[in-house]
Design a protein around this ligand. Structure first.
Ligand code: OAD
Length: 261
């Protein structure tokens, strides 16, 4: 923790309450408690699938069936996942007027499922498939079945509308994310190792524009010693539950209150 207050949760809650225009930047860590593996680390996707072989546009163009081995796993794991207390807590903070937008690197749709309304999907989402040859689009749920690669009417193998390495960030998402970062009072950085560009530049943009950076992560990251003002060390669900308690004391109906759901 690198802040003046003695209790970092209280200090972060005070900042959030005072400024009331926080933006969250989320990564795979927020969905770990929903059963979706993160990317880095011993249990991460990249320990099982080399990203250079499975997660680049070039790899998809060369060997789409091989890349679909990884994609199929992602689609079925994400399709069976439900939002956890951290996703629900962020949605509750939006309803309280504390958080005004979520920028997510995740493609699982769990922020929207939890009730967040202003979600910027920086790396796309798994709801849609696109043909990289004829550009026709389809809904994933209408075209994909487990064990098969989804085909376009033109006969080519479809690609999920997610950003693979070597692809650009969707321009509108990038514009919106940078605008949110430039104008927020607090940036909550939750469950990201901040190793992938350009998403990892967002905290610096916010910081340079005067925002406080509050990081929620059980581990330190490359941001912790550089951009982070307050590091709340713990799982996203625990920390957000505590923040909500500070910001709405006595609100037993809060979606993030421990309720067994
Ligand atoms: P990473 O897997 O790199 O990092 C996950 C972070 O979440 C780590 O810093 C963990 O310490 C933290 N973490 C783990 N469990 C947590 C919990 N319960 N609560 C809070 N934090 C927790 O995932 P990202 O940073 O999201 O992009 O990865 C960024 C991008 O790299 C992804 O969007 C994906 C990947 O390659 C593309 O594929 C283009």
């Amino acid at each position: 923790m690198r802040a003046g207050g003695s209790d970092p949760i209280r200090e972060a809650a005070r900042l959030l309450a005072e400024r009331r225009n926080a933006v969250a930047l989320t990564g795979a860590g927020i969905s770990v408690e929903s059963g979706i593996p993160s990317f880095r680390g011993a249990q991460g996707m990249w320990a099982k699938y080399d990203p250079m072989e499975y997660a680049t546009l070039h790899a998809f163009m060369q060997h789409p069936r091989k890349v679909w081995e990884m994609l199929s796993e992602m689609v079925s794991v994400c399709g069976g996942a439900a939002p956890n207390a951290a996703h629900k807590g962020l949605a509750a903070l939006e309803k309280l007027g504390v958080v005004r937008a979520v920028i997510t690197q995740n493609v699982d749709g769990l922020h929207q499922a939890a009730g967040s309304r202003r979600v910027i999907e920086y790396h796309g989402n798994l709801d849609e498939l696109i043909c990289v040859y004829c550009w026709k689009r389809y809904l994933m749920r209408e075209r994909w079945t487990p064990g098969a690669v989804p085909l376009c009417d033109c006969g080519e193998i479809l690609k999920p509308n997610v950003v693979l390495f070597g692809e650009s960030i969707p321009w509108l998402a990038q514009e919106q994310a940078e605008e949110e970062a430039r104008t927020c009072g607090v940036l909550l950085v939750i469950g990201t190792s901040a190793q992938v560009s350009p998403a990892c530049d967002i905290p610096g943009i916010a910081k340079d524009a005067g925002a406080a950076v509050v990081e929620i992560n059980p581990e330190p990251t490359s941001l912790t010693a550089s951009a982070t003002d307050i590091h709340l060390r713990g799982s996203a669900s625990d920390v957000i539950r505590h923040l909500l308690k500070e910001l709405s004391p006595g609100d037993e109906a809060s979606p993030s209150a421990p309720s067994g759901h």
